[in-house]
Design a protein around this ligand. Sequence first.
Ligand code: ADP
Length: 666
Amino acid sequence: MFTKILIANRGEIACRVIKTARLLGVKTVAVYSDADRDALHVAMADEAVHIGAPAPRDSYLRGNKVIEAAVKTGAQAIHPGYGFLSENAEFCKLCADNNIVFIGPPIEAIEAMGSKSAAKTIMENAQVPLVPGYHGDDQNPEILRKTSDDMGYPVLLKAAAGGGGKGMRQVWSADEFDEALAAAKRESMNAFGDDKMLVEKYLTQPRHVELQVFCDSHGNAVYLFERDCSVQRRHQKVIEEAPAPGMTDELRANMGEAAVRAAQAINYQGAGTVEFLLDVDGSFYFMEMNTRLQVEHPVTEKITGQDLVEWQLRVAAGEKLPLQQNELRINGHSFEARIYAEDPANDFLPVTGTLNYLQPPMESEHVRVDTGVLQGDEVSVFYDPMIAKLIVWDEYRDRALNRLTTALAEYRISGMTTNTEFLYNLASCKPFRDADLDTGFIEKHHDAIFHTSNSDSDQYLPLAALYLVLKQDQQAQYQAHGSNDRYSPWSRPNAWRLNETHSHSLEIDLNGQSHSVTVEEHKGSRYKIRCGDHCVLASGELNGDELYADIDGFRQRITASEHDGQYTLFSAEQALHFSLVQPDLGDADGSDNAGGMTAPMNGTIVTLLTEVGTEVEADAPLLVMEAMKMEHTIRAPAAGKVTEFYYQPGDLVDGGSELVAFEVLG
Ligand code: ADP
């Protein structure tokens, strides 16, 4: 076994590899870019070497720099993780030239699988079933078109050099063919610098079922069963599971043996994945082989009880596979959900931001969280926006699925839009429970997954309002204890009770929509909360960030987080994000200071900043009022003077009240 390895990657996969290396007593070297100076993988490794600027091409993709780091630190082997240099034959060669072991397959195997069309020829010879189609060298458009016409539509055009769903086009009829071919070629040329195409029969309801294989340098080869990765958005996996629902022993053995034949056909070593399309009639077809550890490998680890990174290190160090085929068993069922900083409602576009609040579910034998970030970290534009992988296990699929939905609800993130709610809705919907899977799952069940209804706001607004009111009371009490400022609104324990009826109006922004909510205090710390026609009786208690809420008798325990005026309430099932709509008072930058002489909402006068009769410039601060915990400065609309202040510090004012008499000069 090696004594020291370098991990040429970042984020969760780097952390994942370091964990196993540590268990095996192998020292680790991390590499990092400027953006990752404080990253978790750097902190976890025994040593770390800086390799460049944030953009991957200036750091994690610089093979030479990575090799230099390995030589400098005396690392004997390099684990490439996935992505970056993991399937880069040139990098593999650089390792060999420098006497460093590449923890992955031989160069020739990477090269053989680098082109989808060359791979198909090899698989055809090894009697691995292929999707009907054309993968020849002659790229004459007439041949591509004729194959498609003969096969019948729909067909799928695929870039031979493709990956990540790029350079693929579905063609539904002959008259769409030319345009689709041109578009696929353009995309492929842009992404891969090569526009070679292959044509496949487009299966309309396939499942994506992939087989994990492992081979050593002693001629042993096994398959560690299958993963179903049918749930995809934009041809990228979202939730994976093992074993594949509905799989028979016979089909599993057939697919497993075909996968092993595929690996052996290219003298494979190490961990590999053979991806198949599984058609409704049980036929399966080779799609491609990934010559690396997959993102979704943990579900295989959970059902086999094996550590695949350990297997990789052993095989790379020249050891035999730890187990033979007949020693491998499936135990239970596992899911993986990929938690992304992305906006499902906006075509799953990645988002960036700071992880202001990050509380993953508790890990146990049932729940595993693979992540590379901590609270306070940035999700930047430079790297994949995956925040974590949530992996669950239980004895049966339905129980594992319950674990998944519970853990998703417990995954608490604020600071950016994430897909956790989408994943929760997906995992909870009936077709997913029923394992009615195919690669069109998300489109097919769009309505069930993307539901938001009015009842959502009826349910959540009172909770948001209750929290805001309790939060203000809490603040008032803190301030009353700690403050000597008799003018501070917080010195008044009743700070939020802003008028005689003890009622207060709030404008709450929930899901981008503004809602008016009124809160009236009743005896015994109960509140009547009204939003539109909907009215509830609520009570609650706020201890630190823990909210105990009772809304019309429905009790919940909720964790609250606040950052920059954005609030998040995490209930057992949902994360509720909202903010207060800020009154348009003419804010600090002075961009809008006209007409700001009235109180736009109920509040308290904090301080007066000028004197009656003193001439002031336009935009000069005149007074500060406070409303809902926020201070607002009222500024002079023009050069002039205040002729009267209608209120004094400490006075409560109703929304709409005139605050100042102001005379504009000259
Ligand atoms: P990439 O390498 O770009 O990820 P793949 O060949 O692995 O491309 O295919 C990605 C996904 O596209 C598959 O998981 C499947 O959902 C879909 N797909 C690929 N080939 C076909 C096909 N012939 N018919 C239907 N769907 C397909």
